[in-house]
Design a protein around this ligand. Sequence first.
Ligand code: DAH
Length: 348
Amino acid sequence: MEKLLQQIEEYKQEIAAFTASSADDVENFRIKWLGTKGLVKAIMGEMKNVPNDQKKSFGQILNAFKSVAEVKLEELQAAYAGAAASHGAALDFSLPGDPVTVGSRHPLTLVRNEMVAIFKRLGFAVAEGPEIEDDWHNFGAMNLPEDHPARDMQDTFYIRKPEEGNGPTWLLRTHTSSVQARVMEHQKPPIRVICPGRVYRNETISARAHCFFHQVEGLYIDENVSFADLKQTLYFFVQEMFGKEVKVRFRPSYFPFTEPSAEMDISCQICAGKGCNICKHTGWVEILGSGMVHPKVLENFGIDANKYTGFAFGMGVERITQLKYQVNDLRLYSQNDIRFLKQFTGVV
Ligand code: DAH
């Protein structure tokens, strides 16, 4: 009995003197003293050898001893909680947190979204179509019959040419005008859509050309739509995009799907019209093609060209982004260089 009490006293001192320097030490403490095969249990087991008349007082001594071990463990665990999982050091809530890396939207996405938002304010709906197209929607319906020389202007990636077996020609769309065709196929006037999307051309990749890029195309068909509507719509667009000071000019041009056709230039946003590499020292940058929808295109879709007129336009998202953010190499858009992309963090 005497020996047991002395033993308990020694244990208590050992517990009091214990210090931990890691979460592992804490766990070892728990196992040694309070584990299922621990010393507290072992001492408790001595109870059966204690004479009956002393059981009560001895029980109190044992319980007190047990709680000394438990309190100590709680203290140790509180000091090392959480640290066990991370660094094995005490938790310090004043330390800075782990930084969270914030992603950014791609500049082309930012600009496309802005373009879409501007045209939505004018009542345009968004239409999309497939990137793998047939000859009819990409060329035929847009008044570019086979052997039309303008087909050469758009170096097409063919997936299957007619001479490669029977069946339709498949290609990667060279412009989003193919989506105009799909809209006119299913919808009767009034039509007011924009078609954003990726297009493909077989070009050697350089700072100024790429084998894929993005367009936003527009189509507006109704009664009494005039060239003045076209001009005002596009003028509104560039003012919203680049600010009220932007100047525009229209030059006559040619597209098989519009008559008359025009290209639109804006005053160079890089040098404010003074002359730089981007505008080739002219002060003007071409940003889009446009025109009044050719009656043949309307008729291809059973739209009465005597009753309805329309305008259409198409522009490159890369070009608008270049002017907006001064990106001078088209390859940057698809290289996914984090130093380029992170410059757009926080831009929405
Ligand atoms: N499809 C032309 C191109 O890719 C751009 C274009 C010009 C689209 C005139 C049009 C348009 O809708 O009317 O170069």
